[in-house]
Design a protein around this ligand. Structure first.
Ligand code: HEC
Ligand code: HEC
Ligand code: HEC
Ligand code: HEC
Ligand code: HEC
Length: 224
């Protein structure tokens, strides 16, 4: 009998939750996050409820324990989610709907993005924003290469053309001039020397200052 890492984590959660004094259905409090999640939530999310991403699972905890035991013993074909359901992009979009998104995830279900889906999980918000890593963005800053390697502009306004940047594999330069979703009032620079340094971009990924400016076109909704 083989128990996967995620199953183990679920069993561990089951032990921890009652001890910590919170039911699986009420992850409404912040004080236990360090104990049970693998890392802190990103800074901008510390004020939103755990339950906006973690919905209670179906069935009572007792039924779930039973179902997973049967699964572990090979008497059931699938495990059930303990305590809460998996987090999906739908949860994110409830607060982050942006009709102007230049990279909306639904586009990445197209067949030509099969490889990017597999490598980066781009058809889900979580592919680039896995939570509990104390970071805004978990994507590799040079991942633009997955989809823009044939990039040539008809009349390129840059001092070093996009085609040249691509041939030099300068993929970590892209976010120095472009934000990803296009939700900032930022016009891309036209001189490579004016691009934000990659360290500034990486610092932004890790909760640091937002270099692209404000206000955003679409602000996130909060719980209230
Ligand atoms: C913005 C959404 C979001 C919020 C808010 C959030 N989480 Fe999570 N959490 C996730 C995601 C994504 C995962 C990865 C597992 C999954 O996809 O279900 C996760 C996983 C977990 C896990 C499983 C262990 C792990 O780290 O993978 C626990 C426990 C957890 N969260 C607790 C909490 C608690 C407690 C809070 C409130 C302080 C909270 N979460 C708030 C998105 C969120
Ligand atoms: C209950 C509403 C809510 C949910 C659900 C939610 N967020 Fe947020 N999110 C916010 C708020 C409010 C902020 C802070 C305001 C802001 O910075 O735009 C924020 C900030 C962020 C930021 C950082 C923005 C910045 O500039 O600092 C990212 C990235 C983000 N959310 C991604 C996600 C992802 C991915 C999910 C799904 C796993 C998610 N959010 C789920 C409300 C939510
Ligand atoms: C392929 C990777 C990728 C995917 C998929 C992705 N993001 Fe992002 N996201 C980024 C990067 C890179 C940034 C930083 C650049 C920027 O601010 O646009 C970012 C920034 C953000 C921000 C902060 C800036 C803003 O636009 O307000 C929010 C909020 C956000 N993402 C939410 C989401 C949500 C919600 C989804 C799913 C619908 C999602 N992202 C899917 C890569 C991704
Ligand atoms: C999973 C594929 C994918 C990834 C990864 C990706 N893009 Fe794109 N990008 C697209 C698609 C699709 C379009 C829409 C144009 C088209 O149909 O070719 C686009 C358009 C753009 C545009 C033009 C938007 C407009 O409205 O004119 C910019 C700028 C851009 N991407 C920058 C980036 C940067 C910077 C990165 C890396 C942080 C990146 N992209 C990563 C697929 C991707
Ligand atoms: C020095 C700043 C700068 C850098 C670095 C840069 N760009 Fe651009 N990019 C621009 C400007 C300026 C435009 C033209 C104005 C616009 O479309 O917003 C542009 C246009 C684009 C477009 C739209 C093309 C079209 O058909 O309209 C895409 C896609 C794009 N860039 C992707 C990338 C990618 C991928 C990288 C990394 C290899 C990159 N850019 C690096 C400034 C930059």
């Amino acid at each position: 009998m083989k128990i996967s890492k995620s199953q183990l984590r679920n069993y561990a959660l089951l032990l921890v939750l009652p001890v910590a004094g919170i039911g699986a259905a009420s992850l409404g409090t912040h004080s236990f996050s360090a104990l049970i999640a693998h890392g802190p939530i990103q800074q901008a999310h510390t004020a939103i409820e755990c339950s906006s991403c973690h919905e209670a699972g179906s069935g009572s905890v007792r039924q779930q324990v039973q179902a997973n035991l049967y699964y572990a013993l090979g008497q059931r074909s699938s495990a059930v989610n303990f305590g809460y359901q998996p987090v999906t992009s739908e949860h994110c979009l409830e607060c982050h709907e942006r009709p102007n998104d230049r990279h909306p995830i639904y586009r990445f279900n197209e067949p030509r993005f099969a490889e990017a889906r597999q490598q980066l999980g781009v058809n889900s918000c979580l592919g680039c924003h896995s939570e509990h890593e104390d970071a805004r963005v978990s994507m590799d800053e040079s991942a633009c290469s997955n989809c823009h390697e044939d990039l040539v502009l008809k009349s390129d306004p840059l001092d070093v053309t996009h085609a040249q940047l691509v041939s030099e594999e300068a993929w970590s330069s892209c976010l120095g001039c472009h934000d990803f979703h296009g939700n900032h009032p930022h016009n891309p620079q036209t001189k490579v020397a004016d691009a934000f340094h990659v360290d500034v971009v990486l610092d932004y990924f890790k909760n640091g200052l937002d270099p692209y400016g404000s206000p955003k076109f679409y602000e996130a909704k909060s719980n209230d």
